[in-house]
Design a protein around this ligand. Structure first.
Ligand code: 13P
Length: 251
C-alpha cells in the first residue's frame, strides 16, 4: 500500500501563492526520484482555486486532486454549497469530510458527515473521513471511544479501500505544534484498523492517515507506525519543502 501524503490547504494562499505552491510541489516531486514509488501525493486547495490547480496537476499527472468538503445534497436551493457531483465534474478524486474544523465551526454531526461521505462514494470519488477526539475527551479517557463511535457512525454504505480513507486527527493536535505520542497514535490506529476489519470485508486495506502538526522532523516516527498509511497535513503542506520533506521521511 502506498503512503498517502495529503495536503489540506484550508482557507490559505492567494491565487498567486497557490500557483507558486503547486509549481514548487510539482518540481519537487520531479527532482526527488523514487518518492512516487512509495507515496501518492494529494493536494486539497480551496474550492475557488480548484480549476487553476487542476490544470497544473492534470498537465503533470504526478499528484491527485481533492476538495475540503461537499454538500450532503445532490442539487437545489442550497446557497453557497457545492455538490459531490460538481466536484466529480471538476476532476476531483478525493473529498475530505468531517474535518474537525467543519464539525466545530459548522456544527457537523456524525450523521451529516456520513451523508456527505455517501455522496462522495456515490459519485465514484474517495472520501477522506476525519475522526478525532478533543482535548477534553482525551483527558476524560474517552479518546478511543469517541473515535470508534465516529467511525461507526460516519462510514457510508458500500465503503471499501478504493472509496474511503480514514484520517485520525486529534483536535488538540491540529495547528498547535502538539503531536500525539507514537504510543497514542499506535493505540488509536490499531483500534481503527480492528474496527474497519469488523465493519468491512476489505477493512485491512483501507488507508488510515494521521493528522495534527505533522512536520518533516516528526514524520519519520509517525509514518513508521504500522497502521499509519500516510498523513493529512495542514500548515506544513503550504511549503513544498516541508510537504515533500514529510514524504521523504516515509520509509
Ligand atoms: P496541521 O498540520 O496544521 O496541524 O493541520 C492538520 C489538519 O487539520 C489537516 O487536515
Amino acid at each position: 500500500m502506498k503512503m498517502l501524503i495529503a495536503g489540506n490547504w484550508k482557507m490559505n494562499c492567494s491565487l498567486e501563492d497557490a500557483k507558486l505552491l503547486i509549481a514548487d510541489i510539482i518540481n519537487g516531486i520531479h527532482v526527488r526520484e523514487g518518492l512516487r514509488d512509495r507515496c501518492e501525493f494529494l493536494v486539497c486547495p480551496s474550492f475557488i482555486y480548484m480549476p487553476t490547480i487542476r490544470h497544473a496537476v492534470l498537465n503533470h499527472n504526478l499528484l491527485s486532486f481533492g476538495a475540503q468538503d461537499c454538500s450532503d445534497q445532490d442539487n437545489g436551493a442550497f446557497t453557497g454549497d457545492i455538490s459531490a457531483t460538481m466536484l466529480k465534474e471538476s476532476g476531483c478524486q478525493y473529498v475530505i469530510v468531517g474535518h474537525s474544523e467543519r464539525r466545530g465551526y459548522h456544527a457537523e454531526s456524525n450523521a451529516l458527515v456520513k451523508a456527505k461521505a455517501q455522496k462522495v462514494v456515490n459519485n465514484a470519488m474517495c472520501a477522506i473521513i476525519c475522526v478525532g477526539e478533543t482535548e477534553q475527551q482525551r483527558s476524560n479517557g474517552e479518546a478511543l471511544a469517541t473515535v470508534l463511535k465516529q467511525l461507526e457512525e460516519c462510514v457510508p454504505e458500500g465503503a471499501d479501500s478504493k472509496n474511503i480513507v480514514i484520517a485520525y486527527e486529534p483536535v488538540w493536535a491540529i495547528g498547535t505544534g502538539k503531536v500525539a505520542t507514537t504510543a497514542d497514535i499506535d493505540e488509536i490506529h490499531t483500534a481503527i484498523r480492528q474496527k474497519l476489519k469488523e465493519m468491512l470485508a476489505d477493512g485491512a486495506n483501507i488507508r488510515i492517515l494521521y493528522g495534527g502538526s505533522v512536520k518533516p522532523d516528526n514524520a519519520g516516527d509517525i509514518l513508521n507506525i504500522p497502521d499509519v498509511n500516510g498523513a493529512l497535513i495542514g500548515g506544513a503542506s503550504l511549503q513544498a519543502q516541508s510537504f515533500l520533506g514529510i514524504a521523504e521521511a516515509a520509509q
